[in-house]
Write a protein that binds this ligand. Structure first.
Ligand SMILES: *Cc1c(COP(=O)(O)O)cnc(C)c1O
Length: 435
């Protein structure tokens, strides 16, 4: 039998952790163990000063000149190029703009238009996704399917493979998946799934909301078609931060022109025009990923996002996303092992797969009764996770600012919440608007 894990075991892991210095990039409140970086990343130390500089100097002093002088006009591309380094994109393939939902609208529209153009008989008219994909992705797909005469087919995870072969495969236009599931933390094998969808003749759209900055992603290596992702989760860009999108160069190449064949993204605003400051009445899409811009970018929000992305890029000197991933797996393994060791008999079951290749950077536990209230009782003790219906206690592990002793202390609080039954108190059972 392996000896039980102690707090000293965890302290030894911290002492040996090459990524430990990255913690200093963040301002976490005293006494908080933050296990919700998968929902809202923490504030980097650099952000307030940088945003202040954008406001006071670039906006306050230099005013409208900052569009050129401070490079506000290229900010979506500059931050996009930085994000590209985290997801296996090349410079010029990623843009930081709008929200994840809007970016999905843009890339999924292009994917559908692309299928239509290559399938004049209309045999491929099905979008496949998972029933437990994040709802906004499903709503956007549902709306586009209605507008363009496609059918959205929702299946269980273990039914996806069957959708990529035989008669179902022949109908498939687009496979739209989230790489790491927000609720269970389950991760898809991006390379294999993409190859199987391509073999069926379909395009693939990946949502990287719970992957970018958390797990290694190689979009070009996987030969994916389109991807989108979120700025305020593991990229630490701040609440409502701009999101990003990536488009494979083979699709970008078809987006530049105004010929009969050219594909347009649907939100054809002036910032995506080839020459916005010519103020001409006709739309001509800008070449490359710039064509996916719509309106004026938020310089203030992009400055905050850049600071967040920089905190992840700081790992490049220490082993990059491979090192981040190794620590993430060590943290999540430790958490699961401690829950098994110390919370047995309290009705918690692990929802996240144990096999490393099948999971992201979170651990989800299920409890039949009281899951919401247990999360609230933990938050009152300074251990911040969140609740997802039905019955899921969700804990995200961000290797950039979590220590192994934090994992020990978090489980210690969980043990106490369960043993005392304090979660039954009235105050922990009041539902707030945001869970
Ligand atoms: C967080 C998340 C979003 C968020 O979309 P917004 O447009 O920023 O509200 C979308 N999709 C997935 C899979 C997410 O996890």
């Amino acid at each position: 039998m392996t000896p039980p894990i102690t707090r000293d075991t965890c302290a030894a892991l911290d002492a040996a952790d090459a990524l430990a210095p990255l913690c200093d990039q963040f301002d976490l409140p005293e006494g908080v163990i933050y296990l919700d970086g998968n929902s809202l990343g923490v504030l980097p130390r650099a952000t307030a000063g940088r945003v202040q500089d954008v406001i006071r100097r670039e906006w306050g002093q230099d005013l409208i000149q900052s569009w050129n002088k401070a490079g506000w006009i290229d900010y979506p591309q500059r931050v996009g190029d930085k994000i590209a380094r985290l997801v296996g994109g090349q410079p010029g393939e990623v843009i930081a703009a709008d929200s994840t939902s809007l970016n999905l609208y843009k890339v999924l529209s292009v994917a559908l238009a692309s299928v239509r153009a290559s399938d004049p008989d209309g045999r491929r008219r099905v979008i496949v996704s998972e029933r437990d994909n994040f709802p906004t992705d499903l709503y956007i797909a549902e709306s586009l399917a209605r507008q363009h005469g496609f059918t959205l087919r929702l299946v269980e995870t273990d039914e996806i493979a069957a959708q990529l072969t035989g008669a179902a495969g022949d109908e498939l236009a687009v496979l739209m998946l989230t790489h790491v599931n927000y609720r269970t933390g389950r991760q898809h094998a991006m390379a294999e799934v993409t190859a199987a969808a391509h073999a069926a003749g379909a395009l693939v759209v990946w949502d990287l909301a719970h992957s970018a900055g958390a797990v290694p992603v190689d979009l070009n290596g996987c030969d994916a078609d389109f991807a989108i992702g979120c700025g305020y989760k593991y990229l630490n860009g701040g609440p409502g931060s701009p999101a990003f999108l990536w488009v494979h160069p083979r699709h970008l190449a078809r987006l530049g022109g105004d010929g009969k064949d050219a594909l347009w993204q649907p939100l054809a605003g002036w910032m995506g025009h080839a020459a916005p400051f010519e103020f001409t009445p006709g739309y001509r899409p800008a070449a490359g990923v710039t064509g996916f811009l719509c309106g004026t970018p938020s310089a203030i929000a992009l400055a905050a996002l850049e600071c967040g992305v920089d905190t992840v890029l700081a790992a490049e000197a220490l082993g990059g996303m491979a090192a981040v991933r190794a620590k993430s797996l060590a943290l999540t393994d430790l958490f699961s092992a401690l829950v098994a060791q110390r919370c047995a008999g309290h009705g918690l079951t692990l929802q996240t797969p144990t096999e490393p290749a099948l999971r992201g950077s979170q651990v989800s536990l299920y409890r039949e009764e009281g899951a919401y209230a247990i999360v609230q009782a933990l938050i009152a003790r300074g251990v911040v996770g969140d609740y997802r219906a039905p019955g899921i206690l969700r804990f995200g592990f961000t290797p950039l600012y979590l220590r192994f002793v934090d994992v020990w202390d978090a489980v210690e609080h969980l043990v106490q919440v369960l043993q005392t039954g304090e979660w039954r108190e009235e105050r922990f059972n009041q539902r707030a608007a945001v869970t």
